[in-house]
Design a protein around this ligand. Structure first.
Ligand code: USQ
Length: 406
């Protein structure tokens, strides 16, 4: 297949690109390199040293003989350029990662809120609009988030996208309807993914666009089979308070002797998936597209759920790291349970990699190797969800906030 990977230079976009190229597809990365600019804005860098995208693709060709093509296009802003590219290349499928993906970054200031909404919603809409305008029947595979559901626990498992509800008619009968599971975003970033869902619903219904939306949990790990091929193919690995995600952060913190930064009691339960499974799921979704006229196909892309404080305990037992309970910068439930259905990927043959599989140590080894690149002052999460929360976050990361260490 000819594939366009939008956002193919990012944390999941890059290993996905390699995975699909390794399977013989013709892969084109479309990216505006915004993630690299955000590193510069925040004054942080990936824990792992990352080469330019051109150098990465050169090394891939050197090692495998396969070509990955790179096109510098801003999907959210360069609609006409993007449309022309689609018209010229007519890909069989488009994999859409080209969105600002960090909840803390999206909550930093009014400017960051505007940026995240404008970038994410425009990117998705521009793409849908162009596909219809060009009569291009490409399968659109979108990376969504488990966060659209809101993690709330009503004592039932979260289904894959749709909820069957009974609606009472005027005659007093009950008719059954499948509706999108009620959206309940916990950040501006998560809100944009909820808005994406509505865009997809409309374009699938009105224009027959074939769409798969992957509601992914928190990704952990860094290497995949293909990023291991050469040192310069290494994936990016974020540890800072805005882009680092919880389990990877704990593993890096343990590797450098920093207390594990648990927000509040750590009672938050979230869904997780290893990055190797993430790229495998995207491939499975690509191979199993919906038919034209079908409603949006939604998968829950996760393999297990864990409570934050349990993750801290597991990492602490593995490494001897201390655990710190910090004021929570977020407005989120102090404690929640989470049960999630993921039957569809399991039925397609996914064999989950779990925390038990020994890969936690691999991440710690990577973190130890590159520990010299860590700026400890960038570890605490300083983006407050509300103006009331902001004063509770002290600016001194090695000071009072980390005193409550157990
Ligand atoms: N947390 C800590 N300590 C930390 C960092 C996070 O206790 O040092 C807590 C947070 O308060 C939160 C939970 O861990 O309760 C998860 O935070 P996270 O930063 O790992 O994940 P999140 O902000 O939800 O976002 C990440 C990705 C996002 C993806 C989402 C999937 O950045 O792109 O959509 O995970 S999900 O969480 O399932 O919605």
């Amino acid at each position: 297949m000819r594939l366009a990977v939008l956002g193919g230079d990012g944390f999941i976009g890059w290993p996905t690109t390699l995975h699909l190229s390794a399977r013989g597809h013709e892969v084109h990365i479309i990216d505006n390199l915004s993630r690299r600019w955000i590193d510069t804005e925040l004054g942080v860098q990936s824990l792992t040293p990352m080469d330019s995208i051109q150098e990465r693709t050169r090394i891939w060709h050197q090692e495998t003989g396969r070509r990955i093509h790179f096109h510098l296009i801003d999907l959210a802003r360069d609609y006409e350029v993007m449309k022309r590219w689609l018209a010229d290349h007519r890909p069989d499928a488009v994999i859409h990662f080209a969105e600002q993906r960090a909840a803390p970054y999206s909550m930093k200031s009014d400017r960051h809120k505007n940026y995240t909404v404008n970038n994410n919603v425009n990117a998705s809409h521009n793409l849908l609009n162009a596909l219809v305008e060009l009569d291009l029947d490409a399968h659109l595979v979108h990376l969504g988030t488990m966060g659209v559901y809101g993690y709330s626990n009503v004592g039932a498992a979260i289904p894959e996208g749709y909820l069957s509800v009974g609606v009472e008619t005027l005659d007093g009968e009950t008719v059954s309807q499948d509706i999108l599971y009620p959206a309940n975003p916990g950040s501006i970033y998560h809100m944009t993914k909820c808005l994406d869902q509505l865009l997809f619903q409309f374009y699938a219904k009105n224009d027959g666009v074939r769409i798969t939306d992957l509601h992914q949990g928190i990704v952990w790990g860094t290497h995949t089979d293909e990023t291991r091929v050469h040192l310069q193919l290494i994936n990016r690995f974020d540890y800072d308070g805005d882009y680092g995600t919880v389990l990877n952060r704990f593993l890096i913190q343990a590797a450098i002797g920093h207390p594990l930064t648990v927000h509040g009691t750590g009672g938050q339960t979230r869904a997780f998936i290893h990055i190797q499974d993430s790229v495998r799921c995207i491939e499975l979704a690509l191979m199993n597209p919906p038919k034209r006229g079908d409603k949006v196909k939604i998968f829950n892309q996760m393999t297990e759920t864990h409570r934050v404080r349990d993750l801290a305990r597991i990492v602490s037992e593995l490494t001897g790291a201390q655990v710190a309970h910090l004021p929570n910068p977020r407005k989120e439930a102090v404690e929640n349970d989470l049960v999630v259905r993921n039957d569809q990927f399991l039925a397609l043959g996914l064999q989950p990699i779990t925390l038990q599989d020994g890969l936690l140590s691999e991440v710690i080894d990577v973190a130890r190797k590159y520990a010299y690149r860590v700026d400890r002052s960038r570890i605490p999460a300083m983006s407050a969800w509300t103006k009331d929360i902001a004063p509770t976050l002290e600016r001194d990361p090695e000071g009072k906030r980390l005193k409550s260490v157990s």
